[in-house]
Design a protein around this ligand. Structure first.
Ligand code: PLP
Length: 357
């Protein structure tokens, strides 16, 4: 008997935004709570403590760090900062939509370069940079496929950007989920020299999505331009977000637990998908891309209607026939697999029925 729908909490079915199901570091929550006593005071427009903490965390100069109201805001600032550059920008196809949305919003022309299978095609990007692209957004680890670039691919992109005076921005929103030995972060390249930036966020592994805070590390000229634009919106990162983010960075235990539990729950999800005979893409992150040819959108809608479970239909990213499922708690994964199995049975019954004369 299906019992989950009666026992679920309001958040149990949220598998569509890649949030941290464990919450956030207790230290970060306490820091935000403490700031409530200053609720009448504007936040620090220079984000002094947070910029310092990020610079120390990544061993970079403070002139290489900018913070934003989520990385979404930083993406918009980067697009604005490049408006005077006559060269087009590029995004990779089948990925996070904020890059094209921001570029379009500020009128920067851009190309959408196709992926190779489920992976970013770095050869195409390197070639594009050599042919005159000014700004390239690269999502690594890649949303929605969960794949990561090799060190050689990251290095080739950085070298091309430096050679041709372009800017490559690596969106590493999910970096904290990948064990360090398996992830070629561009943070090392962003720590020195020009033409390379990395974005990170507190919304995913750090579990602070509600507070809206992300950051940029890299080329100091780009950081200075982003900071100058943000002067028009000086209190964009609120004081709760600034205080919580500083504490979150210091709580390595919470990140370790997050990473370990995510790996265990992801394995449970993937084994369950195998048992249901459902194709999925190997993932290094806190989400798994599931392939459901012909029925993906219908299954997503049926899950929403029957149990309130939300998963991300990737059709609007250009990837039809797929759903992106966030890794939740083991209980959430079991409930999801149970519900998915039922919807697949229904969809198959429907297809068999439709095929009858
Ligand atoms: C690849 C990627 N970048 C950035 C973000 C947005 O992060 P933030 O909450 O910092 O705006 C997301 C959120 O879904 C994401 O998937």
């Amino acid at each position: 008997m299906h019992t989950h729908s009666t026992t679920r909490t309001e958040h149990a079915g949220r598998l569509h935004l890649n949030e941290n199901p464990l919450g956030a570091s207790p230290d970060a929550v306490a820091a935000a709570e403490l700031e409530l006593r200053n609720i009448n005071r504007y936040p620090d427009p220079a984000h002094t403590d947070l910029v310092g903490a990020i610079a120390r965390h990544h061993l970079v100069g403070e002139d290489r760090v900018a913070v934003g109201n989520g990385t979404d805001e930083i993406i918009l600032m980067l697009a604005l900062a490049r408006r005077a550059d006559p060269r087009p920008a590029a995004v990779t196809g089948l990925t996070f939509r904020s890059y094209p949305k921001s570029l379009r919003a500020v009128g920067v022309p851009y190309l959408e370069l196709p992926p190779r299978g489920y992976r970013v095609d770095t050869d195409l990007l390197v070639d594009g940079i050599a042919r005159g692209l000014g700004l390239v957004f690269v999502c690594n680890p890649h949303n929605p496929t969960g794949s990561v670039l090799s060190a050689r691919e990251v290095q080739a992109l950085c070298a091309a950007a430096r050679r041709h005076d372009a800017l490559v921005v690596f969106d590493e929103a999910y970096a904290e989920y990948v064990p360090a030995e398996e992830f070629a972060s561009a943070m090392r390249q962003a720590a020195t020299g020009r033409a390379v930036c990395v974005m990170r966020t507190f919304s995913k592994a750090y579990g602070l999505g509600a507070l809206r805070v992300g950051y940029l590390v890299g080329d100091p000229d780009v950081v200075a331009r982003v900071n100058a634009l943000q002067g028009a919106f000086p209190f964009h990162v609120n004081r709760f977000a600034q205080a919580a983010a500083v504490s979150a960075l210091a709580d390595r235990d919470f990140l370790d637990i997050t990473r370990r539990r995510n790996q265990a729950a992801r394995a449970l999800l993937c084994h369950g998908l195998d048992d249901l005979d459902v194709d999925h893409v190997p993932s290094s992150t806190n989400f798994v891309l599931v392939r459901l040819p012909g029925i993906a959108s219908r299954v997503a809608e049926a899950l929403r209607r029957s149990t309130g479970t939300l998963v991300r239909d990737t059709a609007d990213m250009g990837l039809i026939d797929h759903l992106r499922v966030s890794v939740g708690t083991p209980e959430q994964m079991s409930a999801f697999l149970h519900d998915l199995g039922r919807e697949l049975d229904r969809a198959q019954g429907h297809q068999a029925g439709a095929g009858r004369p």
